[in-house]
Design a protein around this ligand. Structure first.
Ligand code: GDP
Ligand code: PGA
Ligand code: MN
Ligand code: MN
Length: 599
């Protein structure tokens, strides 16, 4: 099948790029669709595809008076999260992918998946989705093209990335520099599900899934896995980080990037509303999941959010916990695997108000409060445009990015890790990032609640050898001459009865305020063996109605627990082999030796 240059509704060519046309014809020859649709990103196209998706029962309209432009999608129950065990980095050698990634030989992967793709779109439509990750025209941005057989993917990509004509224009007539993504839902059979990345070819092949993280190829696959590889090669950082701006009552703006693992609070933190005590303070969202960061001429780190929308966790989202998210998802949003009320509203565990007496659950079955199963899947998601967000930063689309003054690492830890701590220096900060631990969540299939090492919240997303990635972070010190200060936080520490010690959500502003003041060198700190912590009285707790000894418990550093913690890194560091930087191993030994020196 040879592909002719696509035209817009007025008959003008959308692109004449021969590299793109050639690749699209090759993929069409492989998958053998009945027809090819090039997506231009227009409103007209959105309306047409939405109607088609409704007619095909891929999505169903929700109550259009309550939730204008909102739709519900129910995925196959075997396809509700990222599948780390079926995700592969296909580099020429296994060593390049490293011990934390699944590896396939590129030639074998192309062959194996090629067989699955062969004729996979017979009798159906192939959509060609050009998109940009990052602001149009920014030197930090990258163009990708995703070929897919799924209207759900097209409609989601339209929200999550700058999609259509704008991307073809940025690619231009001659460039060959674009990510080649091929996706086919196939029969949604986990036995025939593979998400393969070919960093050297700037190519991604995904088959057998319809779940966001596996199929919206711009997000985890390009912006993180391939992105991190490109970052290493080109001297920048692709990170699993939110980006927010903190505005003080005086109008001073400070930008912070924070890496928390999936379902550990990024979207909430990025949209936080400060408590009453912080009158005049305001949080602005630049991004809620991914940051691309480069060193500017002034030696500072500048970040852009490559995405254009939010693919957020629905359960737990409420007017109480995250009002800005609730407003963001009140229109033009695709809900996946949430429950539906009889009048066409959406519901999930942790939403405001009383639990409805009857619902259709995420699997499409009748549900009542007596049901033993959850009404919404724990990893139910919303896909919503960034421009719906009432606290969207006006710099979210700035091609230059925003200057980052602080980087925060945080996991979900019931013990050990204190509420907040500042690293002594870059090395100490990289050590925090590299040794981050977190309990597993519903964002990936597998057991939930098990502590694992999740370095930089990138364990599932680093597209190359983890030890080399640590080394890349260490090496960045030579170019970031004006580095952000680095912090570690933990919103999830529990008391002996298993209750969270820290109220979290908006109250995290109290911690953020200290972070900002430290980054701006205007508040002291208490030195500990592992870093700086707030001096007594420095964390603003006024108006917070929890007992002070509960805060003490949340902020405490227990040397015994830390000894066990640091000792447990040994096995992890060894598992990373020869690439594990010596500086980080020595840093661990030094911290252990310092504990021994004082105990
Ligand atoms: P993301 O996947 O990293 O963007 O995380 P989300 O912001 O979507 O939050 C994931 C889950 O963690 C949701 O159920 C939230 O309600 C919960 N969560 C977020 N922030 C906090 C917090 O500060 N404290 C507690 N206890 N839970 C939180
Ligand atoms: P999350 O994004 O980090 O908001 O959960 C999706 C994911 O990481 O799978
Ligand atoms: Mn994520
Ligand atoms: Mn999120």
């Amino acid at each position: 099948m040879s592909v002719s240059a696509p035209v817009d509704s007025a008959g003008k060519p959308l692109t004449k790029n021969e590299n793109l046309l050639k690749w699209v014809s090759e993929m069409a020859q492989l998958t053998k669709p009945e027809r090819i649709v090039w997506c231009d990103g227009s409103e007209e196209e959105k309306n047409r595809l939405t109607e088609e998706a409704v007619a095909q029962k891929i999505i169903e309209p929700l109550n259009q008076e309550k939730l204008p432009g909102c739709y519900l999608h129910r995925s196959n129950p075997n396809d509700v999260a990222r599948v780390e065990q079926l995700t592969f980095i296909c580099t020429p050698t296994k060593e390049e992918a490293g011990p934390t990634n699944n590896w396939k030989d590129p030639k074998e992967a192309y062959e194996q998946l090629g067989k699955l793709f062969d004729g996979s779109m017979k009798g159906r439509t192939m959509y060609v989705v050009p998109y940009i990750m990052g602001p149009a025209g920014s030197k930090m941005s990258k163009v990708g093209v995703e070929i897919t057989d799924s209207i759900y993917v097209v409609l989601n990509m339209r929200i999550m990335a700058r999609m259509g004509k704008v991307a073809l224009d940025m690619l231009g007539a001659t460039s060959n520099d674009f990510n080649r993504g091929l996706h086919c839902t196939l029969d949604v059979n986990p036995e025939r599900r593979f998400i393969c990345h070919f960093p050297q070819d700037n190519t991604i092949w995904s088959v057998g899934s319809g779940y966001g993280g596996n199929v919206l190829l711009g997000k985890k696959c390009l912006a993180l896995r391939v992105g991190s590889y490109l970052g290493k090669r080109e001297g920048w950082l692709a990170e699993h980080m939110l980006i927010l701006g903190v505005e003080s009552p005086e109008g001073e703006m400070t930008y912070v990037a924070a890496a928390f693992p999936s379902a550990c609070g990024k979207t909430n933190f990025a949209m936080m509303i400060p408590p009453k005590r912080f009158k005049g303070w305001k949080i602005w969202t630049v991004g809620d999941d991914i940051a691309w960061m480069r060193v500017g001429d002034d030696g500072k780190l500048y970040a852009v959010n490559p995405e254009f929308g939010y693919f957020g966790v629905a359960p737990g989202t409420s007017y109480d916990s995250n009002p800005n998210a609730m407003k963001t998802i009140s229109r033009d949003t695709i809900f996946t695997n949430v429950a539906r009320t009889p009048d066409g509203d959406v519901w999930w565990e942790g939403k405001d108000g009383a639990t409805p007496q009857e619902l259709i659950d995420w699997k499409g079955n009748a549900w009542t409060p007596a049901s033993t199963e959850k009404a919404a899947h724990p990893n139910a998601r919303f896909t919503a445009p960034a421009t719906n967000n009432p606290c969207l930063s006006k710099f979210y689309d700035d091609p230059a990015g925003v200057p980052i003054s602080a980087i925060i690492f945080g996991g979900r830890r019931a013990t050990t890790v204190p509420l907040v701590m500042q690293a002594f220096n870059w090395l100490n900060g990289v050590f925090y990032g590299a040794t981050m631990g977190s309990e597993t969540t519903a964002a990936a299939t597998g057991k939930v609640g098990v502590v694992r090492r999740d370095p930089f919240a990138m364990l599932p997303f680093c597209g190359y050898n983890m030890g080399e990635y640590f080394q890349h972070w260490l090496a960045m010190q030579s170019t970031i001459t004006n580095p952000p200060k680095v912090f570690m936080v933990n919103w999830f520490r529990k008391d002996k009865n298993g209750k969270f010690l820290w109220p979290g959500f908006g109250e995290n502003m109290r911690v953020l305020k200290w972070v900002v003041d430290r980054a701006r060198l205007r508040v002291g700190g208490q030195e500990t063996l592992f870093g700086w912590v707030p001096k007594a009285g420095d964390l603003d707790l006024s108006g917070l109605d929890i007992p002070h000894d509960q805060v003490d418990e949340a902020t405490a550093i227990d040397l015994g627990e830390w000894k066990t913690e640091l000792e447990s890194y040994d096995e992890f560091f060894k598992s990373l082999g020869d690439q594990m930087p010596r500086a980080l191993k020595l840093h661990r030994d030094l911290l252990l030796a310092r504990i021994d020196a004082v105990t």
